[in-house]
Design a protein around this ligand. Structure first.
Ligand code: NAG
Ligand code: NAG
Length: 976
């Protein structure tokens, strides 16, 4: 879709003119003038894009025109990027010359002895290069001139700013009438909704309920609302009812009029356009009555408009128990109305109900066909609908008129959007949601078409990918990651994403797209994104993508070197290349050289053993994923010429031995992922000087090797200057005698963006105890740290030195402390929400010191210990016998008041739970597994302690074979 592309390009052009005029490079001849002229033409075109995009559906030549426009835009984007890269290169060279100054004096002075403007060789090259860039900008500008002129032929409408007068697309108006025969399933949601509507208000501050029904377009929100609205109990319950279809734009006057109309047909003639008057009129109707107002299909989350309508004021004048029922696709709307608590989420309709719905329409008045083979195909068609009622309705109406099995099979086999009615009926609601997005967010959504159907993707990863395509660029000074976060959220809020995976704190980190949404984005990007299977054979055959392909996924590339077929000339346009289920050993230099525009290259999970040095020519490359290539031993030095590279993923390259020394040139590198590169002896020291590096997932403390290596290796202490690190950092193999001083040098206290820290000590014996203790003392993370995990520490205890720096910890996990007998006083951590204690084999007793009681108790917030703890888990504590509560009078001490989940696994000797556990009223889930004694004592109904826990809502007590988890590390890995 051109609109998104162009508005982002315009931002880019604006910034290029702005930035580069400051730089000396500016003077790429007349480039600046050309860029400006290009921009202004593009702006003029932008104004008609909305109309053009709608027209292209019916007019092929409009489609062609848009394609030409996109081509030019993409090309301009490339040229601008080259220009930027050129500047980067100069910066890198300057930096290196600076560094090399002391070492070798010669390098810089290869100039001719001409006094004034020194004619270095490099300079000449640059001049030629600049000239080339300027020339291409000029050419593109000319091309755009003719494209701009052509637009006159189509008579496009200028689009007005959204939200003013004209409605962008014809929306179907809903009414309160419902055809009961077409409702299947939703019993549960119906019950919930009715009980919410019919209950009396108990909240003091509000006399009325707001009940939002939220779900993606086509899920049946309106149908559910209609069902409730017409329900006889509801009709009897409310004295006045009104149904208004709100839609977009949100016009207060229109809505107020519609409410009045719905309340009283006779008031039709009301002609006032004064909002005040209208509101008074509504009030007159509903005052002291029990009133139900349905606002169907609300889009706006503009609080001002909502407040203008003064509905709360009107509702206050009604009788208690009055309700506003709202349907919306955007959860933000529910938030704006302050009604997230009573929200009803409408999710997929189950398969059985879908089938019933399908059959009711498809076999309407031809029941006998159901058993004739039609039924089986019908069931398969329903499968494809993935629980979306709207598409079930569309497809069942479609096949209703088709009389032969062959025709039905056709429907089953076609691309979903090629089927009649799908685009205008099923995609319409999605299109509406789509048009509601900001252009940059649209692009981000469309990019998700590169994922195969039903694939899970991860938020952070997705943001890296968006970043690699330069989609997160539009605000120069804002952190890209946070822009990415907010885009991701707005897509979540509008139900484009679903099937969420959440961390312990409830943050979403992974999700999928509904199949229909996936079809929809593929429909919108049909020519640009392509997933193609490579068929094994003498000449690897594949369906060749056309010129317009920008994002290509190759599936099942057979084992061996890969190169593109010679007949394939469109490589030069490809910006994303990735493989899936493939076994490439290398990629041919020739093919790489053709892929000049590549931004994102994912060759993860192949069997690459060698990467050609030509990779260094991919100057636009920002994302390079080579993870899970087991045979890769090293990277070519040329990788360091990728000045734009932001993300380098090398996880699980088990045999990778070293990284190129010149990595200091990667001045844009933001993310370096090297987890589980077990053979990697060290990271080059220059990594410490990469100012952009925000994410380093893994750091291994190395044994001392030879001096040369020591010189070149990044040391723990070198982290001291890397204060820009963000997110999580895992430090492994701590435990050398002098590590404590290195830990101190690493200055974790200055890393204010680091939220997760994992420390893993190396295997050792008791002698290591003291040095480990030193290290924990030296560890003084920044107060912002939220999560801390410590593996294999040899300490016997830990008294949380300087616990101020641990003040904001929300999660702690202590794993496999071999010699530890006494748990640390974790009860003192004021923000701790989640605590996991795993494999502390020497702990026999957990006493009051764990709560933090031995010391001066009055320093804690009113005697509350573990004030915020929600989730407590003990795993695999083979010698733990006793958990001590508080013996003396403890009425002043509150312990774990918020604990809601307690899990105890693999503690066979534990004799009982302390009373303090029994007393926690917040406790909702108790799980006891593989704890022989507890299993008996707390057995449901018969155990002698059962009565003490029987009030807890979810109790799971199971026995099982006791598994010794020596490789507990692996298990815990999966916890994060
Ligand atoms: C060059 O050497 C001088 C003096 O030894 C030192 O102060 C300076 O920091 C060095 N410059 C670089 C870039 O290493
Ligand atoms: C890269 O490719 C691998 C293997 O095909 C896949 O599992 C992974 O999700 C891809 N990464 C991204 C960011 O798409």
């Amino acid at each position: 879709m051109a609109e998104a592309l162009i508005s982002v390009l315009l931002e880019e052009l604006a910034s290029v003119v702005y930035e580069h005029t400051k730089e000396a490079v500016t003077l790429v001849l007349n480039a600046e003038k050309d860029v400006k002229s290009f921009s202004s033409k593009l702006k003029a075109i932008q104004a008609v894009l909305e109309d053009a995009e709608k027209k292209q559906v019916t007019e092929a030549r409009v489609g062609d025109w848009l394609e030409k426009l996109k081509d030019v835009s993409y090309e301009m984007d490339d040229v601008i990027d080259e220009w930027n890269t050129e500047i980067l290169r100069q910066q890198v060279e300057a930096k290196q010359e600076g560094e090399g100054e002391n070492a070798s004096v010669a390098k810089k002075k290869v100039c001719f002895p001409i006094p004034s403007d020194c004619f270095c060789f490099g300079q000449v090259n640059k001049a030629i290069h600049h000239h080339n860039i300027a020339k291409r900008i000029k050419e593109l500008n000319e091309k755009l001139t003719s494209i701009a002129a052509e637009r006159q032929m189509y008579g496009f409408l200028q689009s007005t700013k959204r939200g003013t007068d004209e409605q962008p697309i014809q929306r179907q108006k809903t009414t309160s009438l419902v055809d009961i025969s077409t409702i299947f399933g939703r019993e549960e949601e119906k019950e919930t909704l009715l009980s919410k509507l019919l209950r009396e208000s108990s909240q003091k501050e509000r006399r009325f309920h707001v009940i939002p029904i939220v779900g993606m377009g086509g899920m049946g929100k309106t149908t559910l609302a209609q069902l409730a609205y017409n329900h006889e109990e509801v009709t009897a319950h409310f004295e006045k009812k009104a149904w208004v279809c709100v839609s977009d734009p949100f016009d207060e006057i229109k809505i107020a009029k519609a409410i009045i109309e719905s309340l009283d047909k006779k008031e039709r003639q009301i002609s006032s356009n004064e909002l005040e008057t209208l509101l008074l009129c509504i009030k007159r109707h509903v005052e002291n009555k029990k009133f139900l107002l349905v606002l169907d299909d609300v889009w706006t989350n503009d609080k001002k408009k909502w407040e203008n309508l003064k509905l709360p004021v009107i509702m206050q004048s009604c009788v208690e128990g009055s309700s506003i029922l709202v349907t919306t696709r955007n959860e933000v709307v529910a938030k704006m109305m302050g009604a997230t608590g009573s929200m009803i989420h409408l999710d997929k309709l189950n398969n059985k109900d879908c089938l019933a719905l399908f059959n009711s329409i498809a076999f309407l008045d031809r029941k006998e066909d159901e058993s004739n083979g039609f039924g089986a195909i019908g069931a398969q068609i329903v499968e494809r609908c993935k629980g979306l009622p709207l598409i079930v309705k569309t497809l069942s109406s479609l096949v209703h008129d088709k009389k032969t099995i062959v025709e039905w099979q056709d429907v089953l086999d076609s691309k979903i959007w090629e089927l009649e009615g799908v685009v205008d009926q099923v995609f319409l609601p999605l299109l509406l949601s789509y048009y509601d997005l900001a252009p940059a967010v649209k692009r981000c959504l469309l990019y998700c078409a590169i994922f195969p159907k039903d694939q899970k993707f991860y938020k952070n990863n997705l943001i890296d990918l968006w970043m690699s395509q330069d989609y997160l660029n539009w605000k120069q000074n804002q952190d890209k990651r946070s822009i990415g976060q907010s885009y991701f959220e707005s897509l979540v809020m509008r139900s484009f994403f679903q099937d969420f995976e959440q961390d312990d704190f409830g943050n979403i980190y992974g999700c999928k797209m509904h199949d229909i949404v996936h079809d929809f984005v593929q429909f919108l990007t049909e020519k640009e994104c392509m997933i193609t299977e490579v068929v094994q054979g003498a000449n690897q055959r594949m369906e060749l993508p056309g010129d317009m392909v920008r994002h290509l996924t190759l599936v099942k590339v057979p084992e061996g070197p890969f190169s593109f077929p010679t007949s394939f000339h469109s490589c030069k346009n490809i910006r994303t290349l990735k493989t899936l289920d493939s076994r490439i050993t290398t990629i041919s230099p020739g093919s790489i050289l053709q892929l000049k525009c590549l931004r994102t290259l994912n060759l993860s999970n192949n069997i690459i053993s060698e990467l050609p040095k030509e990779i260094g020519e991919l100057i636009h490359l920002r994302y390079l994923d080579l993870s899970e290539n087991e045979d890769l031993k090293e990277l070519p030095d040329a990788v360091c010429d990728l000045f734009n590279l932001q993300t380098l993923v090398l996880k699980f390259c088990w045999k990778l031995e070293k990284l190129p020394k010149a990595m200091g040139k990667l001045i844009n590198l933001k993310h370096l992922y090297v987890r589980c590169c077990n053979e990697l002896k060290y990271l080059p020291k220059v990594i410490g000087s990469l100012k952009s590096l925000q994410a380093l997932d893994y750091f291994t403390v190395r044994d001392h090797g030879d001096d040369l290596e020591d010189e070149e290796a990044l040391k723990l202490g070198d982290l001291g200057i890397m204060n820009q690190l963000q997110g999580s950092l895992w430090i492994e193999r701590l435990g050398n005698a002098n590590d404590a001083s290195e830990v101190e040098k690493a200055q974790l206290g200055n890393k204010k963006h680091l939220s997760d820290l994992v420390l893993e000590f190396r295997e050792g014996n008791e002698e290591q105890r003291e040095s480990d203790e030193e290290m924990l003392k030296a560890l003084q993370p920044h107060q912002n740290l939220e999560s801390l995990t410590i593996f294999c520490c040899h300490c016997t205890a830990w008294s949380l030195y300087r616990s101020k720096s641990l003040h904001n910890l929300r999660e702690v996990a202590l794993v496999e402390w071999k010699f530890c007998e006494v748990l640390p006083p974790l009860g003192k951590l004021p923000s701790l929400e989640i605590l996991k204690i795993v494999s502390m084999n020497n702990v026999k007793k957990v006493g009051v010191e764990f709560l933090g009681i031995e010391e001066e108790i009055e320093t804690f917030s009113a005697g509350i210990l573990f004030p915020k703890l929600k989730h407590l888990r003990f795993v695999n504590m083979p010698n733990w016998e006793e958990w001590e509560g508080i013996t003396k009078d403890s009425s002043e001490i509150t312990i774990m008041p918020r604990l809601s989940i307690l899990q105890i696994y693999g503690c066979p000797k534990l004799k009982g739970l302390p009373d303090l556990v029994h007393k926690i009223t917040a406790l909702r889930t108790l799980e006891i597994k593989r704890c022989e004694i507890l299993e008996g004592d707390y057995e449901k109904d018969v155990g002698k302690e059962w009565a003490k826990i029987s009030h807890i809502r979810n109790i799971t007590i199971t026995s099982g074979i006791h598994i010794f988890l020596n490789i507990i590390t692996c298990l815990v890995l999966t916890l994060f």
